[in-house]
Structures are given as C-alpha cells and as structure tokens.
Write a protein that binds this ligand. Structure first.
Ligand code: FES
Length: 106
C-alpha cells in the first residue's frame, strides 16, 4: 500500500473540490475520484462497479451516495454498497489527515 500526499492544506483541498463535488485525480496509472461532502472527503474508484461508467461525472446526493451517470446506481460513500445491491461494492481508498495535509492510501 502506498501513501500519497494529495494536498498540503485543507484550504487547498477545499479550493480544488467544491462541496458535494467530485474531482478525478491520477497517481501513476491509477485514476480515482475524490469527493467532498459535509461529512468530509471520500476517495473511490473511477469506474462504476456496474458497467464501468465514469463516476467522476456522477453526482453526490443528499444521502451521501455517489450516483452513476449511466444507470443511476447509487453507492454509499461510507460503506461502498450499492443501494439495492445490484452489483459489487464500490472500491474506496483510505484518506487520512496528517496535520493540515491530506493523504490517500492506494
Ligand atoms: S454503469 Fe454505473 S450504474 Fe450502470
């Protein structure tokens, strides 16, 4: 597992990722999504577990789920579960704050 620094400060992270928005990031060959909600940041795989659409083009709903743009499957950002268990869980990546810096474990 690799720990990578994403942002040096919370201000920088907040400027990059708007509230309830998703941005796509890439580290080496791995593209993934980073979302910010009122409960904090969540990192998860870019490809939908259903049929691989780009979750970076999805949206965050009030239930803290990422909604896929293709078939509207909804994945809980905290558990990764699809709301109706129609496909496998979303892969999520651990985020951690060290001081003011945000890291992801990949
Ligand atoms: S590809 Fe995401 S819900 Fe079907």
């Amino acid at each position: 597992m690799t720990k990578v620094r994403l942002f040096d400060s919370k201000d920088k992270a907040d400027q990059t990722v708007g509230l309830n928005k998703i941005v796509k990031l890439q580290i080496d060959d791995l593209q993934f999504c980073l979302a910010r909600t009122h409960k904090g940041y969540f990192a998860f795989e870019k490809s939908c577990p259903h049929m691989s659409d780009d979750l970076g083009k999805g949206r965050i709903n009030p239930q803290l789920e990422v909604v896929c743009p293709w078939h509207d499957y909804k994945f809980d950002l905290e558990s990764g579960e699809e709301s109706q268990h129609r496909c496998k869980d979303l892969i999520r990546y651990t985020l951690l704050w060290e001081g003011d810096a945000l890291y992801v474990s990949l």
